[in-house]
Design a protein. Structure first.
Length: 366
């Protein structure tokens, strides 16, 4: 749940010069994508040998650009823009340590920076491959721009990453709907949400891995379109007679969530919601109109954390904390399959490593 404040900064800082560059240059400032295109492939500097398994450990994690809980102006209420190489590598080392401790076979990551100025131009996809037990990667950018003039943000490339111990094939990036509540200039600079799908060549039983990060702040039905787009890709895999593991940061609550309004929790020091002066809800913090939007996913596919388990121990399965108090207050991150899971776990001990918590489970190979 990010980018609202960042894009406000960005758009306020657009100059006539930057607009002219957009209109007349051969290379666009912000990259736009085809509806379907090949993902960017990676491999570790050292390939390790892993046998097939009867249970495959899958983990999803929004790693917040690899900057842990450092203050960031795109993350709601912060003001920092650029991080030092030491700050980023220190955070990445802690993230890699957690990944190696959990030792997943398939890792679905969101908010991975690739040679972005704000994170010291580190290719985090390659860095994580080289510093974990993973061998192969597939990356789909969610926001790529040669230069963002606002606040010195510079080059930006951030997106979704699938890491695997086994070779990946046929990796594709699927473009999701753009927000319908934005003007054309805002859309030009805004995020290109997507779903990335790849075949995992585990020798005994190949399967598909799918990863996504859905919109947080749309005020129309864009998020529902994203959820349906994500589900349609899963439906296509099943209709082809294949199995999948899928997940990501859906920026949505389970249908049986007990709390639907987070405006007060998410407001910054200079904001005030639910008052006579500002009676409206904060964008991305009020879920009542959309609380049923994940129902079809729950009815069709198997979540790693069932609705029954979530309802019985809601606090145990929160995956997001909006501020530096590290208080987890909602579930936004999920794992799904068309077959079955065991041992679904929400790793709430990892609150200092990102504003999202990893979720893992063991996929039972069919």
């Amino acid at each position: 749940m990010k980018y609202r404040c960042l894009l406000n900064h960005l758009l306020q800082s657009i100059t006539l010069f930057s607009i002219a560059v957009i209109l007349y240059s051969c290379e666009p400032i912000a990259n736009h994508f085809d509806d379907v295109e090949d993902a960017i492939m990676y491999r570790s500097s050292t390939i390790k040998d892993f046998p097939s398994k009867k249970t495959v450990k899958v983990m999803t994690w929004n790693i917040r650009f690899g900057v842990a809980r450092l203050d960031f102006f795109g993350d709601g209420c912060g003001d920092r823009v650029i991080f030092t190489e030491n700050e980023v590598t220190t955070a990445l080392e802690a993230i890699a340590k957690k990944i190696n401790l959990e030792d997943p076979d398939i890792l679905l990551l969101q908010e991975v920076d690739v040679q972005s100025k704000k994170t010291a131009y580190i290719d985090q996809a390659q860095w994580l491959l080289n510093n974990t037990n993973m061998n192969y990667g597939a990356y789909a950018s969610m926001w790529e721009a040669q230069v963002i003039l606002a606040d010195g943000l510079g080059r930006v490339n951030t997106g979704n990453l699938i890491l695997s111990k086994w070779e990946l094939k046929d990796a594709e990036r699927y473009q999701l709907a753009l927000r319908g509540d934005q003007d054309e200039l805002t859309k030009y600079f805004y995020l290109r949400r997507n779903v990335i799908k790849t075949k995992v060549n585990m020798p005994s039983a190949p399967f598909y891995a799918v990863n996504t990060h859905l919109t947080a702040f749309a005020t129309d039905d864009t998020k529902l379109k994203h959820i349906n787009g994500f589900k349609s890709i899963l439906d296509g895999i099943v209709s082809d007679g294949q199995n999948f593991v899928a997940g990501g940061d859906l920026n949505e609550l389970p249908p049986n969530a007990s709390k639907l309004d987070y405006c007060l929790e998410d407001q910054c020091d200079n904001e005030s919601y639910h008052t006579d002066k500002e009676p409206r809800h904060k964008e991305g913090a009020y879920f009542a109109p959309e609380i049923t939007w994940l129902t079809d996913l729950y009815k069709t596919y198997k979540p790693a954390i069932s609705l029954e388990e979530y309802g019985a121990q809601e606090l145990k399965h929160f995956t997001h904390s909006p501020d530096d108090n590290l208080i987890l207050d909602r579930k936004l991150d999920y794992l799904w399959t068309n077959t079955s899971w065991s041992g679904g776990t929400t790793h709430q001990e990892a609150t200092t490593l990102s504003d999202h918590i990893p979720v893992s489970a063991f996929w039972i190979v069919q």
